[in-house]
Design a binder for this molecule. Sequence first.
Ligand SMILES: Cc1cc2nc3c(=O)[nH]c(=O)nc-3n(C[C@H](O)[C@H](O)[C@H](O)COP(=O)(O)OP(=O)(O)OC[C@H]3O[C@@H](n4cnc5c(N)ncnc54)[C@H](O)[C@@H]3O)c2cc1C
Length: 803
Amino acid sequence: MKSHAKVVVIGGGVVGASVLYHLTKAGWKDVLLIERAELTSGSTWHAAGGMHTVNGDPNVAKLQQYTIELYKEIERISGQSCGVHITGGLMLAGTRERLDWLKMAKARGRYLGMDLEIISVDEAAKLFPLMEKKHFTGAMYDPIEGHVDPYGVTHAYAKSAQIGGADIVRHTRVTDLKPRSDGSWDVITDHGNVHAEHVVNAGGLWAREVGRMVGIELPILAMEHQYLITGDMPELAGKPEQLHAIDFEGEIYLRQERGGMLMGTYERAGVPWSPVTTPWDFGQDLLPNDLERIAPSLEVGFAHFPALGAAGIKKIVNGPFTFAPDGNPLVGPIRGLRNFWVACGVMAGFSQGGGVGLALSRWMVDGDPGADIWGMDVARYGDWTTLAYTNAKVRENYSRRFSIRFPNEELPAARPLRTTPIYERLQAEHAVFGDYCGLEHALWFAPTAAQAEDRISFRRSNAHPHVAAECKTVQNGVGLLEISNYGKFDIRGPGAADWLSHMMANRVPAVGRIALTPMLNDRGKLIGDFTMCRIAADHVFLVGTYAAETYYMRWFERHMPAAGVSVRPCAMEYVGLSVAGPHSRALLQSLVRDDLSTAAFPFMSFRRMEIGMVPGYVGRVSFTGDLGYEIWVTTDYQRALYDLLHEAGRAHGLKPFGGRALNAMRIEKSFGSWAREYRPIYGPFEAGLDRFVDLKKGDFIGRSAAAEEKESGGALRLVTFKVDATDADAIGDEPIWHDGKTVGWVTSGAFGHRVDYSLALGYVPAALAKLDTGFEIEIIGERHKAQRLAGAAFDAGGKLMRT
Ligand SMILES: Cc1cc2nc3c(=O)[nH]c(=O)nc-3n(C[C@H](O)[C@H](O)[C@H](O)COP(=O)(O)OP(=O)(O)OC[C@H]3O[C@@H](n4cnc5c(N)ncnc54)[C@H](O)[C@@H]3O)c2cc1C
């Protein structure tokens, strides 16, 4: 084994092999893969090899498309067959809701360029005669589903990488990793050591153990997974290969395997494998079968596809593979570690392995993944993903793999975990809670405890009238919202303002003022949106998205000067409450000595104040677009602050409101939100953030790309639509049509209760963004007329916020 390499990739499963290949393709030739046994010795070797393009996250779906198209390339380079069988696939619906879900998936696929089709039960049965029609209501057909040979794919990647200059060492186990002061690594193995500039953890079933070598606990857990292969079936003899099929109600997938059928199941009673430590002596082993555990799924499967039951079971495979809590991969650099990268938690290696390798290699070689991979960025998780949390969430995710997730559905596992001091107070107000990064936050408030329950639906739900009432309270009186679920950063030091000015696109505000700002990457794309609150010359309180805290800190630390500035994430040290609505000033004024008049404390002011006995920071700003204030206090004061506002609020008709009302109101104001309107695929001018980009203030990250975008106008434009919706509103990811063609996609949508119509925000080509009419938005399979609005639907001039 060589003693030095630019990169050591740990793990020769399909993912490590893909990373190795993509690194050579990107131009890094001095790369070495170390595999403990033979290639494919983790979960790869016994995989069913199925692949498909559909994914809940459109950006992950794009990488899945890329993976499937890649197989021809690596076959050509390596001469190794991947055993690709493109049979086409059917997703079979057994209920109306499932058919609605498929229609939405098809619509999303439309703007991703996928050729999906909704077909009738009769048409489905012609394509897949094994199904018993009476159990189904319709289906979606995808022409590019199929399966591959896991051995062939892994070896095709590996050989292609070797042809590109990579080395592969087998039967060598990495036993430890030691960082050097220059950011490089000593990779310790049982056959000698390698000095590497970069290390990639593609350890699959052992990725957790490799993570522990560098002091991190990756949120992944292996689950046992079983599939069976039937005996030969006369129904298949002499026929073209059967399609792939997913039967959601049976929670099973099917494909042909030689003369029989392969049937796998994501059973409700899924069982984790090696929940704490993965044994190093586990090799190309299988786990004991447990037919009883999958019996309920088999029963449905044999009823829905009777010929399978008659064929008998020839073979059963039970093997483990890993999942992250949300089922998407974990990819990217680890915050706090230099030159340490992960590519693990890949539960669909044959759909996703190529995309993961591509994104990671670009990230390593170019400093940027080159695509929006937020959905699989390892930094989407933080401290709350303890071993037990991950265990609960992965089990839930596994058991729901083929379940519908409704837009208003909150999942119950691992809850409640994190609560703020006013949790019980909000419960007493009949709050319906949601889970955000393990933290409970109020979504909406019901009139009685008995009504405090979401009835899950793709259409307007039972919460609709209550959310309407909350919006009206804010519009006409005053509402109280908990805002603890934001990310907060305490930035201090003599260099704080200069550093922030370099990091952010907008000018750092004067002391006592607030400024909103996008954060851009070097390519001038949006990687964050923040509120900068200047407390003192050398002190800024920065508010952003909590889910992206690790993502932001990783970026901040990468750009940290040697001295003069410190950044401390302090999300749960500061919790907050916001009062919003025309009576909010009178309410807050009754509790503070400071003069809150517009002359003394105008819009976008920020100051330390005492609210009764509670010390806090008050900002005059509100995401609802009304007159409003955000109050930040340390956690120990939150309950006292709540009680104070609650008590004083009686005279002003104060009522609580939740996240659903806030979302509807920010859409009425055309205010964007991270991971929806603001993502690394959009530029700030495309996103309509022109007024928050100060190209004159001096240099900042992304400035030249932003200047170019301003000059060219950008390719896309974020616009607001009034939608002729009926009983369902857009929620995001619906296609936008114009003149009979799909031209864009929705990023968020909701019913605007203050304006009394349905709204959507979305991106369209810049040239179309000037047109007002001719647009349609497809909601659950139906196209609805949509009118582009010239400005925000509610208080377009922004007078109310400033009054
Ligand atoms: C029964 C079953 C059916 C499946 N069906 C499908 C399917 O139809 N479609 C699909 O896309 N996916 C399927 N999967 C999932 C698929 O197998 C995984 O997505 C994929 O194998 C993950 O690959 P990996 O490279 O991340 O991990 P692994 O395959 O686990 O590879 C990790 C490798 O790293 C090596 N390694 C770990 N630690 C070290 C170390 N310290 N030193 C040296 N080497 C190390 C291991 O020996 C191993 O070879 C299935 C899985 C199972 C179990």
